[in-house]
Design a protein around this ligand. Structure first.
Ligand SMILES: [Zn+2]
Length: 268
């Protein structure tokens, strides 16, 4: 599933393509026909990402809410759109650009109170200037739940997925199963600052890189990572490979339906 930086990049991209323009909306596949008809002809005023949720705010207090989920994909281009291919839930077209959305978990119109309710059920998003990390720590410090689960819970922190969480815990030197209530104030402040830094970098470059300069392939004289997720990481999907810091084989375990990755030496 795309992590928050992908959604923030989409929000910026969609503002660049359509903000200030009248947009024609359609649902070639038909599953969003009613919503598209209501939206069509409206001016896109602003876009916004909140965690993994993408919002388009249109004139007339109409908000389009998209959650890509596991399979959602967005494509766009200049000029005339191509002939519809496959299951296009939503197509947006302006005089200059087009956009196709396929396979999202959510594609719906929200009223302003529904937008407020969505925001209220999400934790602070490290990529948003209005984020309040205190709200997250308040949940974490009262909970016996493993820290990894808490940081993946979108009502605690919004936008973080498995890669950011595994990597931030490695960089903090904390095991993924540490109970939330054992996380010190100082350790939380450091994790939050690190998430802000890592996620901001990911928005800028379009992939997740978490390895410090001293552990980059060129610094260590090792081959670069080959993985469809791209980017250099410490532990995510590196089970049984040597830790870049201490050489210990990276561990893999499960927590519910999730895989966990950590270094048993660096993360005590
Ligand atoms: Zn290590």
């Amino acid at each position: 599933m795309p992590e928050g930086h992908t959604i923030h990049r989409l929000a910026a991209r969609h503002a660049e393509l359509f903000a200030g323009d009248k947009v024609l909306a359609a649902s070639p596949q038909g599953r969003f026909a009613e919503g598209a008809a209501l939206l069509s002809g409206s001016v896109l005023e602003a876009t916004e990402a909140y965690g993994k949720h993408l919002l388009h705010h249109y004139a007339g207090e109409r908000t389009l809410h998209v959650h890509l989920g596991l399979y959602g994909k967005v494509t766009d281009g200049d000029g005339e759109p191509p002939e519809p291919v496959g299951q296009i839930r939503l197509r947006l077209v302006s005089d200059r650009h087009w956009l196709d959305l396929r396979g999202p978990t959510a594609c719906e119109l929200l009223t302003l109170p529904e937008v407020a309710a969505l925001r209220a059920r999400l934790g602070p998003d490290p990529l948003r200037a209005d984020a309040d990390p205190e709200r997250a720590y308040d949940r974490i410090r009262r909970s016996a739940t493993p820290l990894a689960s808490l940081l993946l819970d979108q009502s605690v922190v919004a936008g973080t997925g498995l890669i950011f969480v595994m990597e931030a815990l490695f960089r903090a030197g904390l095991p993924p199963r540490l109970p939330g209530r054992e996380l010190s104030r100082a350790a939380w402040d450091a994790i939050w600052a690190d998430l802000v830094e890592l996620m901001t970098l990911a928005v800028a470059v379009g992939r997740i890189d978490t390895v410090r300069a001293a552990h980059l392939p060129e610094a260590m004289g090792r081959p670069a990572r080959v993985d469809r997720h791209g980017g250099e990481v410490y532990v995510y999907r590196r089970a049984a490979q040597p830790c870049h810091v201490c050489g210990t084989a990276v561990s893999r375990g499960t927590l519910g339906a999730r895989n966990l990755y950590w270094c048993s030496t660096c993360q005590m």
